[in-house]
Design a protein around this ligand. Structure first.
Ligand SMILES: [Zn+2]
Length: 327
């Protein structure tokens, strides 16, 4: 029997009595208290909650999987973008500038009253810019032998053992090899490079201390097929003269005494005037000044496009101020 405690409101069934569910439900009107709509609504809410949880989980997973590459891409972009402009603007210094600086760097520690010695490969030695015997003797020790280093033979060995400054020797060797490659069977040889004393040769003699050959940067050159004499008026018709005149600057060598600066005649001794004329014409005499300066001289940067003289070039660049008085 089912009873309801009047004080506590508890419902209880006495043991030994058979429980009647229909009677229980009907008695307390349970079906009316929990209507069917309630269960449907509850079920719908549970479905909505489960659906929401599933949606959140799926969406968060999708976002996570998208975020990784997105973050990587964006971070890569962020890392790369600043790098690109860093890599691009790192221009190499102009090589022509450093070549120019190099060409006027001192290449000898030998002191001299000649102010141009400090210009290294642009040093000027002539009757107005002379050097003494101490310079000549010391300079000799700084040079290499073209004979033993490159196997270049000297036609007249009495002049000074075929010596030249190391860098000039490398370029000279390359230049002579390229000449032979251009004209198979022809070979340019040295006649005289460094000289310890002046020469006493005919109309082109130069006293000791005044010769460009004291620089250690100079060689007289001739194609051996034309003989071994430099003192000829037909030398400018030689193949070697034509080729050297057109190409030697590419190796850093200049035609040291071009005809245009000889003043129209061959003076004796050499006569340097204030403008840079030399009074000397030697188609065989080549002097190393470095590729930068040689190119400027050969293309006449300071001489309206015509071949310059070393004297005029140094004056135009302000490296000397008085060609007559050696300043
Ligand atoms: Zn010479």
């Amino acid at each position: 029997m089912i009873t309801k405690n009047k004080r506590s409101g508890k419902i209880s069934a006495k043991p030994n009595e058979k429980f009647n569910m229909d009677a229980f439900t009907k008695k307390y009107n349970l079906k009316k208290k929990i209507p069917k709509k309630f269960w449907i609504g509850l079920f719908a809410i549970i479905l909505l909650v489960i659906g929401a949880i599933v949606t959140i989980v799926v969406v968060s997973n999708l976002n996570a999987s998208h975020d990784v590459p997105t973050d990587n891409t964006s971070s890569a972009d962020n890392n790369e973008k600043p790098k690109e402009p860093k890599e691009k603007p790192s221009p190499e210094p102009e090589k022509t500038v450093s070549d120019d600086e190099l060409s006027i760097q001192p290449i000898t520690s030998i002191s001299s009253s000649n102010p141009t010695i400090k210009y290294g490969r642009l040093m000027l030695i002539n009757p107005n810019f002379m050097v003494d015997s101490n310079f000549i003797a010391a300079r000799r020790t700084e040079l290499i032998s073209l004979s033993s280093t490159y196997g270049i033979s000297e036609l007249h060995s009495y002049n000074g053992d075929n010596l030249i400054e190391k860098e000039a020797g490398e370029k000279l060797n390359q230049m002579l090899a390229d000449y032979t490659a251009a004209y198979p069977g022809h070979q340019i040889q040295t006649v005289s490079c460094f000289r310890s004393v002046g020469t006493s040769c005919g109309r082109l003699c130069m006293p000791t201390g005044a010769s460009d050959h004291h620089t250690g940067l100079t060689c007289d050159l001739i194609d051996a097929s034309y003989g071994d004499s430099l003192d000829t008026d037909t030398y400018d018709q030689h193949l070697d003269w034509q080729w050297l005149k057109a190409n030697s600057y590419k190796y850093g060598f200049i035609d040291r005494f071009p005809l245009a600066w000889a003043g129209g005649s061959m003076a004796e001794p050499m006569n340097i005037d204030a403008s840079g004329s030399t009074g000397l014409y030697e188609t065989w005499h080549y002097r190393y000044v470095g590729v930068y300066a040689a190119t400027q001289i050969a293309t006449g940067v300071y001489n309206n496009g015509a071949y310059d003289s070393l004297e005029h070039y140094l004056l135009a660049r302000g490296l000397v101020t008085d060609l007559v008085n050696g300043v």
